[in-house]
Design a protein around this ligand. Structure first.
Ligand code: CP3
Length: 349
């Protein structure tokens, strides 16, 4: 029998309610930290940064060292998977990621699912290094993009506003599109299995664009691949908790929480905490969901919002986080202030 977890994040994922809540932030490593900007210059580009274990491990540790979060999240990117599958990828300054867009069956056939994990070996080495370096209180979270969200970047050729290409393909040729998601689902299972074997103690699936699909597409391309990933991980690494983040899912959050089998759901900024507590909190642990703009704003607005969130979710299985990633302009002092507010006992914050 495995002994019960000691790390606060893992305790909540295993079913406990803790006060104060454990916390970490999506994009807690990144450009808002001066020490990130300094190290960033040591790699030729962002891909090299992700694939150099000494640098990636140090970047993973930076926010934890500065602010004492309850979890570190592996420093990598969801687009390392398409890169490892052989798709051309570059990150352009101010423009975000640019991929060699894939458009159909012939492109899917060229993806190298067999060799992908070998190309991601440096990421697994990073996981191992960070796990050894972390203190006994801090959990290590591994992650991957969910197949739908990764597919949006692969088909659109980068970030998109309207998703016309990827949805056009999915609607015109659902079986062909299923084949792409099938490749991504298998590769994601392999990647997350390897991250857990290397030392990740929980994993998060980022489905940033889950909200771009209508209900039928959500069932087929968000819920179903996620359900398959969760089932496979539970078979291979029973007891390793899985957090799903179906950003923008709206009222479909409830279906997601029931049908995917995830242990926790990441709430985006728009989900009312009371709704989450009463409608989702019976089934899964809750994670979220302070507006990142409040962290950017700081001051009285931040303090009031943190107090409100503690009041709504403090009695639930709750992990404090933002509703989306830390914005690059965020003053690090605001994160320090947040850490202080979160550590105050309930009711006095
Ligand atoms: O600290 C952490 O959260 C861990 C590292 C991490 C990064 N990206 C580093 C990164 C994680 C978990 C991600 C996930 C990710 N990547 C998502 C899902 C979460 C979300 O934000 O919705 C998505 C959609 C991506 C794809 C991606 N990567 C985009 C669109 C961009 C460019 C836009 C941007 O915000 O810069 C990236 C680049 C990226 N990934 C940076 C970092 C720190 C910035 C690189 C730089 O310019 O230094």
């Amino acid at each position: 029998m495995a002994s019960p977890p000691i790390k606060r994040l893992l305790r909540v994922l295993a079913g406990e309610t803790l006060s104060p809540p454990p916390w970490w932030l999506m994009r807690q490593a990144g450009r808002y930290l001066p020490e990130y900007r300094e190290l960033r210059g040591q790699a030729a580009d962002f891909i090299e940064l992700c694939l150099t274990p000494t640098l990636a491990a140090e970047l993973t540790m930076q926010p934890v060292r500065r602010f004492g979060m309850d979890a570190a999240i592996l420093f990598s990117d969801i687009l390392m998977l398409p890169y490892a599958l052989g798709q051309g990828l570059a990150y352009r300054e101010g423009e975000g990621p640019v991929l060699e867009a894939i458009t159909g069956h012939a492109d899917i056939a060229r993806l190298n699912a067999v060799g992908a994990l070998a190309r991601l070996e440096p990421v697994l080495i990073t996981v191992d290094r960070v796990r050894r370096a972390l203190g006994p209180q801090t959990a290590l979270i591994g992650f991957a993009g969910a197949p739908w969200t990764v597919a949006t970047y692969m088909v659109e050729g980068g970030s998109s506003r309207d998703f016309h290409k990827v949805k056009g393909w999915a609607y015109r040729d659902p079986q062909g599109f299923d084949a792409l998601l099938g490749v991504l689902t298998g590769a994601t299972i392999d990647l997350l299995t390897a991250e857990i074997a290397a030392g990740a103690e929980a994993v998060q699936l980022f489905d940033t664009w889950a909200g771009a699909l209508p209900a039928s597409g959500f069932a087929r391309w968000v819920i179903e691949p996620t359900r398959q990933i969760v089932a496979a991980l539970q078979a291979r690494h029973p007891g390793c908790p899985i957090i799903g983040f179906p950003r923008g899912a709206g009222i479909l959050y409830a279906k997601y929480a029931v049908e995917t089998g995830v242990d926790a759901v990441g709430l985006d900024t728009t989900v009312p905490p009371e709704y989450a507590r009463t409608r989702l909190g019976q089934r899964v642990a809750l994670q979220g969901n302070l507006d990142p703009v409040l962290l950017l704003t700081g001051g009285a607005a931040l303090a009031a919002a943190v107090r409100d969130l503690k009041q709504s979710l403090g009695g639930s299985r709750w992990i404090f986080n933002l509703g989306h990633g830390v914005l690059p302009e965020t003053p690090p002092d605001h994160v320090a202030e947040l850490a202080r507010m979160l550590s105050e006992p309930m009711g006095c914050g």
